[in-house]
Design a protein around this ligand. Sequence first.
Ligand SMILES: [Zn+2]
Length: 144
Amino acid sequence: MQILLGASAGKGNLILKDYGKNAYTILNRSDQRAYRFSRKKQYGYTGDAQEEFGRLDAAISSGTASEKEKRRQKMMKSGDLLSKPFAEVFDTEAVRFSMPPYAPLARSEACATCGEMTMSTKMVETDDGNRVCIPCSAQTCIKG
Ligand SMILES: [Zn+2]
């Protein structure tokens, strides 16, 4: 991830937010822009070792993989990801710069979509100016 971002984001004051869902928002304080990168849903290994990857992946899914196998799978996956064009792996979306560089005391406000109270520092401003929670902004999560 760092390598990919280093290459694409260039210089600037960057803040990386990891929401634990393979989505990253990068804020560039110098030009007041923010970009959101999210991993595309359908990741498929396309490297040379399809068979080995499939076997390791299956072992990991079933919980029988050894630490060594897990490391190997991770290595193959990151190697494969790095070999792909950035746009093939990540959806990039320019978002309005809305988060303060240094979050003050977080207050809560209601999400414009689901109405749930959410820490304001964890909210995302949509293109039409509404402030929504992260799951709503991603629109990929099932409402609980
Ligand atoms: Zn919401």
